[in-house]
Write a protein that binds this ligand. Structure first.
Ligand code: ASP
Length: 327
């Protein structure tokens, strides 16, 4: 009898669980969602997040509010989301730094592969190697010569160790076998302000942040990190053309939720992301900034999980060989 009661009890518990999750799936989301961007406002990750959040909000029928939690190359914001309530109302939009920080930091306040659930991939953005407008250097080769000759005073801005700008700067220094002076910011939004003001010399940043400035002639551009030249910058050579194929890097972005977030919430968010990825308004705004939305089929938890795992494996040996650590 006791066994029968236990079985009936377990069955009732399971049924209640199914009903509760079906009810959750039908009503979620019932209030606004916070999207943490782990870099300062006005930078490239922020720009991508705000465009995608606006489109996803329309599909979800609830607002996604972007919150900038910059610092420590994106790891502060990621840590905030890792510790947030796993209720579907806090999400993280992060880039390749999610993968590289797993090696760059020997100790992180979260376990990258076990602290998050996955929603999907958002976009892949090339980087540009840029400098302040009055840097007296004509081309990429000149930049390399100048950096080598002035290594103790050439300053390279980045968004902290673990950021995409840090990775790209590290690849540059490793390719020219010369360490330069790095200047960390909470994001490349504020770093761009200083590059425009001439307080720093060089930066490597996503086209999302540099396109308008390059087109306006307010900064100089020397190379792109994509395998091919970009349609919007036909006259800017690729790093491979400049003899530095090891600097090739694409900055992918993904959306995560804290571990334990109900699968129904991740699936709903993923569906809204897929709608955003097909949104013609997003496609045209991204195109103006030299980027493309991820294909709709990559706006899924499985695609982001596979990407994160493969990128951790890809960058681990590169970072270890460069011997660069944050701690
Ligand atoms: N793009 C920057 C980086 O990773 C971060 C930011 O969005 O500000 O360096």
């Amino acid at each position: 009898m006791k066994i029968l009661n236990t079985i009936l009890g377990a069955a009732a518990f399971a049924t209640a669980g199914v009903i509760a999750s079906a009810a959750f799936a039908q009503t979620y989301p019932t209030r606004s969602i916070t999207m943490v961007v782990p870099f300062a406002a006005g930078g490239p990750t922020d720009t991508v997040a705000r465009l995608v959040a606006e489109s996803m909000s329309k599909d979800l029928g609830q607002q996604i509010i972007v919150e900038n939690v910059g610092g420590a190359g994106g790891t502060l914001g990621a840590g905030r989301v890792a510790n947030a309530d796993a209720d579907g109302y806090t999400v993280l939009l992060h880039h390749i730094g999610m993968a590289t920080s797993a090696t760059l930091y020997r100790k992180l306040p979260y376990d990258t592969l076990n602290a998050f659930e996955y929603v999907g991939l958002v976009t892949d953005v090339p980087m540009t190697v840029v400098a302040r407008k009055d840097l007296d250097v004509k081309d990429f080769k000149g930049l390399v010569e100048y950096a080598k000759a002035n290594s103790d005073k050439v300053t390279v801005a980045n968004a902290g160790i673990g950021a995409a700008s840090h990775l790209c700067g590290m690849l540059f220094m490793s390719a020219i076998e010369t360490p330069l002076v790095t200047v960390p910011y909470k994001g490349t939004g504020p770093a761009m302000t200083d590059l425009l003001g001439g307080q720093v010399d060089i930066m490597c940043d996503q086209t999302t942040n540099t396109t308008k400035q390059i087109q306006g002639g307010t900064i100089k551009a020397y190379a792109v990190t994509s395998p091919e030249r970009l349609a919007i910058f036909k006259d800017i050579p690729t790093v491979a053309e400049e003899g530095m194929p090891a600097m090739q890097v694409g900055i992918w972005h993904g959306i995560y939720t804290p571990k334990g977030t109900p699968a129904e919430a991740n699936e709903r968010l993923s569906k809204a992301l897929q709608v955003a990825l097909k949104d013609p308004n997003i496609a045209s705004r991204f195109a103006e900034l030299g980027t493309l939305p991820s294909p709709e089929t990559d706006g899924t938890p499985a695609a982001l999980k596979a990407k994160l795992e493969s990128e951790i494996a890809r960058w681990e040996p590169v970072i270890k060989a460069a011997g660069q650590y944050a701690d």
